[in-house]
Design a binder for this molecule. Structure first.
Ligand code: GLY
Length: 331
C-alpha cells in the first residue's frame, strides 16, 4: 500500500501534468519543490478572475502578440468588469467614495511603468504601459497620471458603479476601516488585485499587476501593486513574481523583488514564495491579521505560489489547460 507521502508524490507527478483534478493537484503542490509543466507558454495569475485574464493572454500569444501585450491585455479583462470589485471599473471606493487605481507593468527588457492614485480611467494598466514605453519615467501619480492619460487619448469615466455606490453608502455609515483576512475574495464581492505573469514559447517574460486597492482606504493611500519590486518584479534572466493581499506587508518587505532574488540565488519559485512569506512573518508583527499571497515563475517555466493564510488561489494556464489551484499557506 502507498503511504501518504508516496501517494502525494505520485499525485504530484500526475497533478503537475494536469491529469488529476485540482483537489489532488493541490495536495501535490504542498510537496513538490515547484510546479512544473510540459512546456511554454505558461501564464499564472491571482484569484478566480485570473481564469478569464489568462485566457485572454493566451489568445494574444497564440495570435503572435508579444508577451508584454499578453500580460497587459489579460489584466484588462478584470479591469473592465463592473462585477469585479477590487480592480478598475466597479472597484470598491476609498473612505470618501472615490475609486482610485494602482497598476504596474514590466517587460522582458527590464523596463517598467506604473501609475498610482489614478481616478476615472478604466484601464490603468494601459496608462502604465505608455509610461513605460513612451516616457523616461517609471511612475506617475494622481492628477498628473490622469492628465497624462487624457493627453494620450484615454476617456474619463465615473468608475463608481451604482451597485458599489450603494455598498459604499452602507459601509460609510460607520466607516469601520477594518480589513479582514480574505475579505477581498468573498464570492462576488471584493476580489483582490490581479497580478499576472507570463512566459512565452521563447522564454520571454513579462508581468502586470492592477487593483483598486483596499476598499474604504484613507484617501490618497497607495498599495504595493504600482511599486516596482513590491507588487511586481520581472527579471527576464531569472524569473518574475507578483503579490496580492494587504499591500502594506508586501511594501515593508519589498516582496516581489525578494521572491525573484531568492530565485536568482537558486531557489525554486515555490521555495522563493515560501521564504518571502516567512520574511513577512518574521518582520511584520501584525501579519496574523492579514492575508498576503505571492505567485512566481522562473526562466524554465516552473511556478510557485504561497500565502500567509489559507484561502488564496491562483489560475494556471499551461499545457492546454486553464485551471484554478489552491495555494498552500503558512497558517
Ligand atoms: N494588494 C493591493 C493593495 O494592497 O492595494
Amino acid at each position: 500500500m502507498l503511504n501518504r507521502r508516496k501517494f502525494l508524490e505520485s499525485a504530484a507527478a500526475l497533478g503537475i501534468l494536469g491529469i488529476l483534478p485540482s483537489k489532488i493537484a493541490k495536495a501535490n503542490f504542498r510537496l513538490s519543490k515547484s510546479g512544473n509543466t510540459k512546456g511554454l507558454p505558461i501564464i499564472i495569475s491571482t484569484w478566480n478572475h485570473g481564469i478569464a485574464a489568462n485566457a485572454e493572454s493566451l489568445k494574444i500569444l497564440n495570435e503572435g502578440g508579444s508577451v508584454v501585450d499578453a500580460v497587459e491585455k489579460g489584466v484588462m479583462i478584470p479591469e473592465a468588469d463592473p462585477n469585479n470589485h477590487s480592480v478598475g471599473l466597479g472597484g470598491f471606493p476609498d473612505r470618501d467614495g472615490h475609486v482610485t487605481l494602482d497598476a504596474s507593468i514590466m517587460n522582458s527588457e527590464g523596463n517598467a511603468g506604473s501609475v498610482c492614485f489614478l481616478e476615472n480611467i478604466v484601464h490603468p494598466i494601459s496608462v502604465a504601459r505608455i509610461v513605460m514605453d513612451k516616457t523616461p519615467h517609471v511612475m506617475l501619480s494622481g492628477s498628473g497620471a490622469l492628465q497624462f492619460a487624457v493627453e494620450n487619448g484615454f476617456k474619463q469615466e465615473n468608475l463608481l458603479t451604482p451597485e458599489m455606490k450603494k455598498k459604499w453608502q452602507q459601509w460609510a455609515k460607520d466607516k469601520n476601516y477594518d480589513p479582514k483576512i480574505n475579505w477581498e475574495n468573498e464570492p462576488n464581492k471584493y476580489h483582490d488585485t490581479i497580478g499576472l505573469l507570463a512566459i512565452d514559447d521563447n522564454a520571454q517574460m513579462a508581468g502586470a499587476c492592477t487593483t483598486s486597492g483596499m476598499g474604504g482606504k484613507i484617501r490618497g493611500r497607495v498599495g504595493d501593486s504600482p511599486i516596482i519590486g513590491a507588487g511586481l518584479f520581472v527579471d527576464n534572466e531569472v524569473g518574475s513574481a507578483t503579490a496580492t493581499g494587504m499591500g502594506e506587508l508586501v511594501m515593508k518587505t519589498l516582496g516581489s523583488f525578494l521572491v525573484v532574488e531568492f530565485i536568482r540565488n537558486g531557489m525554486s519559485p515555490q521555495e522563493a514564495c515560501e521564504k518571502a512569506v516567512l520574511r513577512i512573518v518574521e518582520k511584520v508583527p501584525e501579519h496574523k491579521k492579514f492575508q498576503i499571497g505571492f505567485i512566481a515563475l522562473n526562466k524554465k517555466g516552473e511556478y510557485g505560489a504561497y500565502s500567509l493564510q489559507p484561502g488564496f488561489n491562483f489560475a494556471l494556464s499551461a499545457d492546454g489547460k486553464n485551471m484554478m489551484i489552491d495555494s498552500p499557506s503558512y497558517f
